[in-house]
Structure formats: structure tokens, C-alpha cells
Design a protein around this ligand. Structure first.
Ligand code: ATP
Ligand code: FE2
Length: 331
């Protein structure tokens, strides 16, 4: 069965085409186009206009790369939430139009759950992980427990990616700033004290961001600030992930989201897993970031488990919570 997935929760519009191969996910194509504001943060309506302008071409490109025709598609999936309203509506509208035109079923999926399921779908040994999902807007620790995907810990203010990007923007670093901060951090020599905010299994970054910016105002070495920022934030993320693993008694940890590209974060979480005798997994980068393939894959496993949606069920949900999803494909 071939599924097309349309991702459009924030600044990227992604089209992925996947095929089911004996229960695991084969990505046939996965195209992404990202809206980059000239300056400042993203404006939801402008990001949505960007998605409108590119979605049709991207679908054609994805079909071409996958070397299939639109008639080969069996199912249309899209990101139903959480995310920015205008962006979500654009992806949903494109999905509805495609579903009607091709006369194929449509499934709306939860973006956060898709980050976890793509790991399970693409890494055969990864069956029941705790997911540390770290992206721009999101920072959550998610695991399956008692019939649902539950959020065991999350950010109380901004996502870790936003924290890095805001720090970078204030210093005039290019957007997204995560990769640049990682490079500077490698040259860090001195740890500068920063606030460490873990509250139970939750986490906060704004105090850390403010303190890091203050070091910059005081002309501390940029490399040392970046190093200290990473060490502090990633240690906190690793700690809440470990707590969720201990609490759920799970023996696997999976990374997802754009910040999972960071080698220092990978090293810290992988060391923690090793200490616990647990397995560590990270999917390839193209499916870690926001992408259409993960949306397609979750749509497929939902459909396969019997989920069906009418057009009236495809209304977007900006605040779609991870634990609102009825998980019919696992027990
Ligand atoms: P969301 O999934 O919350 O809608 P998003 O679209 O911003 O957010 P992604 O594309 O998954 O999410 O991730 C983008 C984020 O990843 C940016 O904040 C970027 O700075 C960060 N990032 C990318 N590479 C690295 C890296 N090497 N180190 C740290 N952060 C990184
Ligand atoms: Fe995401």
C-alpha cells in the first residue's frame, strides 16, 4: 500500500510518499520546502502563503522522485495538529483536494505521535521506546503507556530549538542557529554557570536563555557560552528522559525532532542509555525533522488498524494533544 503524507504544522511544507514493506516503512520520496523569514520569527500567515505557493509543485516532485503516478496512491494523510492554524489549514486543504480528486481515503494524524512512529517504522529493533522529541516549537518526552501515548515531561515555556534559535537571532547568527551553536560549542573551554530548570519531569528554558544572553552582553567568549548552553540544556533533557525511562520501565530510547541532529545531545542520551543497559536509537535526519514521510507512515498504520475519517473529521486541531490520540494500532 502506498501513502502520501502532507506535513504543514509550522515553517515547513513536506510531502512524503511511503510504502509498507512487511510492516516496516520504506520511504519512496520525502520532499521539504522551508519558509525562511527575511528577519524575525515566523509569521503564521506568511508561512501558510509559502506553503500554498509550493504544495502542488512539491506533490508533483515527490511523485516523480518516487517514480509513481498519482493513481498509484492508495491513501492520503496529513498533519492535523498541533501547530499554527493557517499552516495546518493549508496542508489539510491540499490533502482534502487530493483525496477527493484521486477518490482515495484521507486520514489526519497527530504530528508528535508521527515523530515517534516513524522511528518504530524505520528501525526494526525499535519497538517500545521512550521518545525524546526536541524540535523548534516542541520539547516532549513521550511513551506508550496504558493504551495511549502519554507525555511524561515537556517544556513549560519554549522548545529547546526555539531557545537555541532565539539565542542565535540575538547574536546575529543565521537561522536556524542550532547547527552554528553546535560548531561554536566544540571550541568551548570553560563552563559558565547557567540556571538548570528541571521541575519534576518538566523542563524550562527561558531562564537559561536570558542568562546566556547576559553572558554575551558581558563579552564572555561565544564558544564558552554555546558550550555551556548545550551542556546545561542537554543534561536537563537527558535527565527528564531518564526519569521517564525509569518510571515506565522501558529499555529503549529514541530521538526525534531537528535538535536530534546535535551530536552532543546524541552522545549524552546514548551514554545514559548505556548506563541503564538500554538501547539507543536515532533515525536518519530526513525523518527526524518535520517531514511528510512520518505523516504518511502514521496515516498508514492508523488506516491499517481500521481508522477511517470522513471529510467532516478532518478539521484541524491547533492544540492536538499527544494523549488525545486513540491508539488503535498497539496494545
Ligand atoms: P516543530 O516540530 O516544533 O514544528 P520545527 O519545524 O522548528 O518545529 P524541526 O525541523 O524538527 O522543527 O527542527 C528545527 C530545529 O532544530 C531548529 O530550532 C534548529 O535550530 C534545530 N537544529 C537543527 N540542527 C541542529 C543541531 N545540529 N544542533 C542543535 N539544534 C539543531
Ligand atoms: Fe516536529
Amino acid at each position: 500500500m502506498i501513502t502520501i503524507g502532507i506535513e504543514g504544522t509550522a515553517h515547513s511544507i513536506g510531502i512524503g510518499i511511503v510504502e509498507d514493506k512487511d510492516g516496516s516503512c520504506k520511504v519512496l520520496s520525502n520532499m521539504i520546502k522551508t519558509y525562511r523569514p527575511e528577519k524575525g520569527g515566523i509569521h503564521p500567515r506568511e508561512a501558510a502563503n509559502h506553503h500554498v505557493a509550493h504544495v502542488a509543485d512539491l506533490i508533483n516532485e515527490a511523485l516523480k522522485t518516487a517514480d509513481i503516478s498519482s493513481q498509484d496512491i492508495d491513501l492520503v494523510a496529513f498533519s492535523q495538529g498541533p501547530g499554527l492554524g493557517p499552516c495546518l489549514r493549508t496542508a489539510a486543504t491540499a490533502a482534502r483536494a487530493l483525496s477527493l480528486k484521486l477518490e482515495r481515503p484521507i486520514i489526519g494524524v497527530n504530528h508528535c505521535v508521527a515523530h515517534l512512529e516513524i522511528g518504530r517504522g524505520m528501525i526494526p529493533d525499535c519497538t517500545d521506546p521512550v521518545l525524546l522529541y526536541t524540535s523548534g516549537a516542541n520539547t516532549q518526552v513521550i511513551a506508550f503507556a496504558e493504551g495511549k501515548y502519554r507525555v511524561f515531561g515537556e517544556t513549560l515555556d519554549i522548545g529547546i530549538g526555539n531557545c537555541l534559535d532565539k539565542f542565535g537571532r540575538a547574536l546575529g547568527l543565521p537561522f536556524p542557529s542550532g547547527p552554528k551553536i553546535e560548531q561554536y560549542a566544540k571550541q568551548g573551554e570553560r563552563y559558565l554557570e547557567l540556571p538548570y530548570s528541571v521541575k519534576g519531569m518538566d523542563i524550562a528554558f527561558s531562564g537559561l536563555l536570558t542568562a546566556a544572553l547576559q553572558y554575551h552582553t558581558k563579552h564572555k567568549r561565544l564558544e564558552d557560552i554555546c558550550y555551556s548552553l548545550q551542556e546545561t540544556a542537554f543534561a536537563a533533557l537527558t535527565e527528564i528522559t531518564e526519569r521517564a525511562m525509569a518510571h515506565t520501565e522501558k529499555q529503549q530510547v529514541l530521538l526525534g525532532g531537528g535538535v536530534a541532529a546535535n551530536q552532543r545531545l546524541r552522545d549524552m542520551v546514548s551514554l545514559m542509555a548505556e548506563d541503564r543497559g538500554a538501547e539507543f536509537f536515532v533515525p536518519e535526519k530526513s525523518v527526524c525533522v518535520d517531514n511528510g514521510a512520518m505523516i504518511a507512515w502514521l496515516g498508514f498504520i492508523m488506516y491499517q488498524s481500521g481508522v477511517r475519517m470522513e471529510l467532516k473529521d478532518t478539521i484541524i486541531n491547533q492544540r492536538f494533544r499527544t494523549d488525545q490520540v486513540k491508539v488503535s494500532w498497539r496494545d
